[in-house]
Design a protein around this ligand. Structure first.
Ligand code: SF4
Length: 405
């Protein structure tokens, strides 16, 4: 580790909530082992997993598939479900909701619900049939959307949930409000997956019917809390029944994390987004000091190790900072970088969302469009992510208010 980031080495072990009598966060196997230890048949563990992750029961005494005597005994021994709860809701004019999600130790973390999403998934095929219609004007986000032929009479909703992996962040991207918090602590797998299920409950999401994408792009750098992040993905896929193809994890370019991610089984691996934000190392180091440790070429090399599924693309997120990263020369340089990489790539452009005390400006709409056109002309698919929930500090890079509210 270089001197710039001596803290990185300790992050993986800073997980004060890893122990304790909390059931939420344990998978069916661990729950079965727990039941065997308690002198119960293993199938009780599977019943518990079904109750926690499929039926989303948050109160141990309400899990009526378990005998009452067993529930009482577990409660008497100090066991609880312990799923994170939504403590506060901020509602945007555009339908976005930002939540303060309360954890067992009383700390809060932020999660965002974006009805209709922010178009971050366009072009990566995660939305299957739906992505083919995205060029057409979308329905109002407040309404239910019919994505199947009317004859199928299957009403589904689209939404995206932005999930946090740490409280605060140590990466210190200069344009990000979360960076101002520093790192408070890592989240456990249960705390990461619990954000999703708490929001599912609030919106009565039906897994398998509603089209909800998950983006691990909230507070924190998921690859600096890799074990918990990937354990949360396993819980969401294996126990809650979600598809990893509807999940995207964003990294600021933590190369060892990308290499571990590349070795994950495809059926458990979300899509990858790399938060690139600059066309060259000089600018990137200025706005993302982590680039000193892992420069662009190393990040791209590591990304190339990921065996992509059919139609899968790596997303490169690019925050446009007015006058800093939004020039046409930058677009051309970025296109050259990506073409040289040989990766199946697409670029998601984000017009920077303002935050107090951050010395950048939002780019002009014409500059954003010119940037996007330049990428497209150079053969790089490029999309503009809609800003969602700016008025409630829910947009990209704005999640900080947790400890201030
Ligand atoms: S942009 Fe992401 S990685 Fe960078 S400081 Fe903010 S939360 Fe951390």
């Amino acid at each position: 580790m270089p001197d710039d980031f001596p803290q990185l080495a300790q992050i993986e072990s800073s997980n004060p909530m890893a122990e304790g009598r909390t059931l939420f966060g344990l998978d069916a196997e661990a729950l079965s082992a727990l039941m065997l230890e308690a002198g119960q048949p293993a199938f009780r563990g599977r019943q518990l997993a079904e109750a926690l992750y499929r039926q989303r029961i948050a109160d141990l005494d309400a899990i009526t598939t378990l005998p009452k005597a067993l529930r009482q005994r577990l409660i008497a021994e100090g066991w609880q479900v312990g799923r994170p709860t939504i403590a506060q809701v901020f509602q945007s004019n555009d339908g976005t909701e930002r939540y303060l999600v309360e954890l067992e130790d009383g700390l809060t973390v932020e999660t965002v619900w974006m009805p209709e999403g922010d178009d971050g998934e366009v072009g990566d095929d995660s939305d299957g049939e739906i992505s083919q219609t995205l060029g057409a004007p979308g329905p109002d986000f407040r309404t239910w959307e019919t994505n199947k032929p009317q004859s199928a009479q299957k009403i589904v909703r689209r939404a995206t949930i932005c999930v946090s992996s740490q409280i605060g962040c140590i990466v210190n991207c200069q344009f990000c409000l979360t960076a101002k918090l520093g790192l408070q602590r890592n989240l456990t797998a249960g705390e990461i997956a619990g954000q999703v299920l708490a929001v599912f409950d609030r919106h009565a999401v039906e897994v398998g019917r509603d089209r909800v994408n998950l983006v691990f792009m909230g507070m924190g750098e998921p690859f600096l809390n890799y074990d918990s992040f990937i354990a949360a993905v396993r819980l969401l896929v294996r126990e809650a029944g979600l598809s990893p193809r509807r999940m995207t994890v964003s990294t600021s370019g933590i190369v060892p994390g990308i290499l571990r991610f590349a070795a994950e089984q495809p059926e458990l691996r979300p899509r990858l987004a790399v938060s690139l934000n600059a066309p060259n190392d000089t600018i990137r180091t200025e706005i993302m000091p982590i680039n000193r440790k892992w420069p662009i070429a190393e990040v791209i090399d590591a990304t190339r190790q990921i065996p992509l599924r059919s139609h899968e693309r790596i997303t490169f997120e690019y925050v446009l900072l007015g006058g800093v990263t939004d020039q046409l020369t930058h677009a051309r340089e970025l296109a050259r970088q990506l073409r040289r990489s040989g990766l199946a790539a697409k670029v998601n452009l984000i017009a920077w969302n303002p935050g107090p005390d951050i010395p950048y400006s939002t780019p002009q709409p014409e500059a954003v469009e010119a940037f996007r056109s330049a990428l497209i002309s150079a053969g790089i698919p490029a999309y503009l992510r809609k800003p969602r929930g700016r008025d409630i500090y829910a947009a990209c890079g704005q999640l900080k208010r947790t400890v201030e509210s």
